[in-house]
Design a protein around this ligand. Structure first.
Ligand code: ATP
Ligand code: BTN
Length: 254
């Protein structure tokens, strides 16, 4: 049961002390009919998830762990576009609240000075090939001390507190985030992928770079050239051919 509710324009925000994963709770609410604009937050997650069964760790109260219920009128293939949009919104909010320049590493990581400050996990549910709802989960390291994270991500993580040298208000961040989200989401509803693409390109740090992609057992090298309509990464391989990669099945380095 939530221990607190807050309202922001068009939003009903349920705040929990502890849940397994805010994405799970938001999904349960969506299955029970929760409307778009329903937001789930928790001070702590006992089973926070990233992509591909990886874990998302955040000590109590040190981050914003937030999941939104969306009911967009889009096709399944377009769900990754929402991840890109979420990354744009997060990078913008980081800039507006701290002045730090955050870059988007395709598909779902937000980095400051090369270290991860936020991860995004979009999960869709379908009924008769139509998108019924999408849960968009954001884990943002606000006042987090990376020394408290597991060894595998301690050295690659950062937080707004660490980057700015001051405490950042989670509530301020939340309010600013929701204003940016609403603005970009409305534009997305009106203009679709070309809008996402133009916004995303301005903030990305992946295109034009040498990348190494791990897909199943294969390792592919090339230069990241573009993003596709589906939100996939278009890579020019060393032999000159182009290949599109979707976020679901690969891991990107470089
Ligand atoms: P890829 O480059 O393939 O996206 P990734 O390491 O960013 O790889 P994700 O699935 O996007 O993988 O993110 C999950 C990873 O994030 C975990 O494996 C863990 O290493 C790292 N992680 C977990 N908690 C945090 C945190 N609070 N801050 C930064 N990174 C974290
Ligand atoms: C990633 O980097 O792979 C994505 C991490 C997403 C973490 C957030 S925290 C809030 C929401 N609940 C989860 O279990 N995951 C997302």
């Amino acid at each position: 049961r939530p221990h607190k509710h807050i309202r922001l324009p068009g939003k009903r925000i349920h705040i929990f002390r502890e849940v397994s994963s805010t994405n799970n709770v938001a999904r349960q609410m969506a299955m029970a009919g929760a409307p778009e604009g329903t937001v789930v937050m928790s001070l702590f997650q006992s089973g926070g998830r990233g992509r591909m069964q990886r874990q998302w760790v955040c000590p109590p109260g040190q981050g914003l762990l937030l999941s939104m219920v969306l009911r967009p009128d889009i096709k399944i293939e377009s769900i990754p576009q929402l991840t890109l949009l979420g990354a744009v919104v997060t990078a913008e909010t980081i800039y507006l609240t701290t002045g730090c320049t955050a870059g988007i590493k395709w598909p779902n990581d937000i980095l400051i000075n090369g270290k991860k400050v936020c991860g995004i996990l979009a999960e869709g549910s379908l009924s008769r090939r139509k998108v019924e709802y999408v849960i968009m989960g954001f884990g943002i390291n606000i006042n987090l001390d990376p020394a408290q994270l597991p060894a595998d991500c301690r050295d690659t993580s950062t937080s707004l507190n660490l980057e700015t040298g001051r405490r950042v208000s989670r509530m301020e961040f939340l309010k600013r985030f929701m204003i940016s989200w609403d603005e970009h989401y409305q534009n997305y509803a009106q203009f679709g992928q070309p809008y996402v693409r133009s916004q995303w390109i301005k903030k990305n740090i992946t295109l034009g770079r040498q990348v190494t992609i791990k897909k199943d057992q294969d390792v592919i090298q090339g230069v990241a050239e573009d993003i596709s309509d589906k939100g996939g990464l278009v890579v020019r391989r060393l032999d000159g051919t182009k290949q599109e990669f979707l976020a679901e099945d690969i891991s990107l380095r470089g």
